[in-house]
Design a protein around this ligand. Structure first.
Ligand code: KE4
Length: 426
């Protein structure tokens, strides 16, 4: 039995589904996950010695690729001085400065240990700052697994949301409204009827969790204007897009300023870091300054901050995002050409180095249109690519990522694998 299979057997006896995060179990694409031996640059190796070009990048953090030298050096140096202190360090000030300079709307920032904590805390802060309880999110957007955000659209428009997980009380879910992404009218109507109770609107400014869905022209500015008009706060969940689509995140790319921003993934360089930040008058309401409580034993962990700082420093180089854009465009072009030649309907949505190929005619502009994709065909394509040495996201409704460690030749090779995999599933 291959050692991945053996490990998976063992893992399933001790860990739910054999994985420490559900999407890793390959349930959406079938088959069994491989177990990783190591990663280096654009490649990842499994315990059976097979290697893959990695376009998952750990779901977003690895914009420099695996084990980049500056991160290895930074973490190695830090770990020799200890792993955690439960007391402030200069590096936390440094990374706060880097984030605030890169994203000017983040006048103050609090580090946490995951994107879930960042979004959960930003929502609590919005409620504490406005004295209102209702939150608005968008169908298909994911903001981590805090109870109030694990909800799905209720029946018919802007009625209360329903729990999207066992264990989420209906009473909590009912404090969240779920609207269609890229639909300003739905938001306008909802705020007109109930704006006075809405604490915040939270959005992935470029959606990544229904697959990549860019904001329609004017959508983000519309959110900004409507939130301002109704006294609701605008929260950009930039856990994926922060330092991904631009050094200043989606808010700099689209020129729209939120009141609060959630960050994660890239700012930890692959180690556990999340953050929430924004207007100074709001962050000054966070404990110990104000009455909104939030805390964390490992928040600002020195190893994680060392990895994050090394990553953000490497991204400050001005040519970085032009290169990521060029590599992303090359991959998109290769996929679209291969699909056209195979006569397979495919829509590729891309912003910079994050993209999704949807097996549908398209356009894919929200969750409803994303769900028209042929997920069975995606599953076949995923395995066709895996067997040809290319690792994509194990779900149609996730993003693929290109890193600075990918070369043009790697992208070319992924294009050839896609051509063969698509021909095989015509
Ligand atoms: P974490 O708690 O997983 O660090 O972050 C939650 C989160 C918040 N906001 C956005 C926009 C996110 O995409 C995420 C997490 N993303 C998923 C997949 N897209 C992480 C992968 C997983 O759940 O294993």
């Amino acid at each position: 039995m291959a050692s991945s299979d053996l490990l998976f057997e063992q893992a399933q006896r001790l860990i739910p589904g054999g994985v420490n995060s559900p999407v890793r179990a390959f349930r959406a694409v079938g088959g069994r996950p491989f177990f990783v031996q190591r990663g280096e640059g654009a490649r990842i190796w499994d315990v059976d010695g097979r290697s893959y070009l990695d376009f998952l990048g750990s779901w977003g953090p690895l914009i420099l690729g695996h084990a980049p030298a500056p991160v290895v050096l930074g973490v190695t140096e830090a770990v020799r001085r200890g792993t955690s202190y439960g007391a402030p360090t200069s590096r936390e000030v440094e990374i706060a400065e880097v984030i605030s300079r890169a994203i000017p709307s983040v006048e103050m920032v609090r580090l946490v240990s995951s994107g879930t904590e960042a979004a959960m805390s930003a929502v609590r802060l919005a409620r504490g700052a406005t004295g209102r309880d209702t939150i608005i999110k968008f169908d298909g957007c994911y903001h981590g697994h805090a109870d109030g955000l694990l909800v799905k659209a209720g029946s018919g428009g802007a009625t209360f949301s329903l729990p999207d997980s066992l264990g989420v009380p209906a009473s909590l879910a009912s404090l969240t409204l779920t609207l269609p992404f890229n639909n300003l009218d739905a938001l306008r109507q909802t705020l007109k009827a109930r704006g006075s109770e809405v604490a915040a609107v939270i959005v992935e400014p470029v959606a990544g969790n229904m697959g990549v869905v860019p904001p329609a022209p004017g959508f983000l500015q519309g959110l900004r204007d409507l939130c301002t008009r109704h006294g609701a706060l605008l929260i950009f969940d930039e856990v994926i897009t922060g330092f991904r689509v631009a050094y200043g995140g989606a808010q700099s790319l689209y020129g729209v300023t939120p009141d609060l921003t959630c960050l994660g993934k890239i700012i930890g360089g692959g180690l556990p870091v999340g953050a929430y930040g924004g207007r100074r008058d709001l962050l000054e309401k966070v404990s110990p300054l104000g009455g909104v409580y939030q805390a964390g034993t490992l928040s600002g962990n020195p190893l994680a901050v060392a990895a994050g700082l090394a990553t953000l420093r490497a991204l400050a180089e001005p040519t970085v995002y032009r290169r990521l854009e060029a590599l992303g465009a090359q991959l998109q072009e290769g996929l679209e050409t291969a699909a056209r030649d195979a006569g397979i309907p495919l829509t590729v949505n891309r912003v910079g180095s994050m993209l999704t190929l949807f097996f549908t005619e398209g356009p894919v502009t929200d969750f409803a249109s994303a769900k028209r994709s042929d997920t069975g065909r995606y599953a076949k394509f995923f395995h066709g690519m895996l067997s040809r040495g290319v690792f994509l996201a194990a779900s149609q409704f996730e993003a693929a990522f290109v890193s600075l460690a990918h070369s043009e030749a790697d992208i070319e090779s992924a294009g050839r694998a896609a051509r063969a995999a698509l021909q095989a599933i015509r």
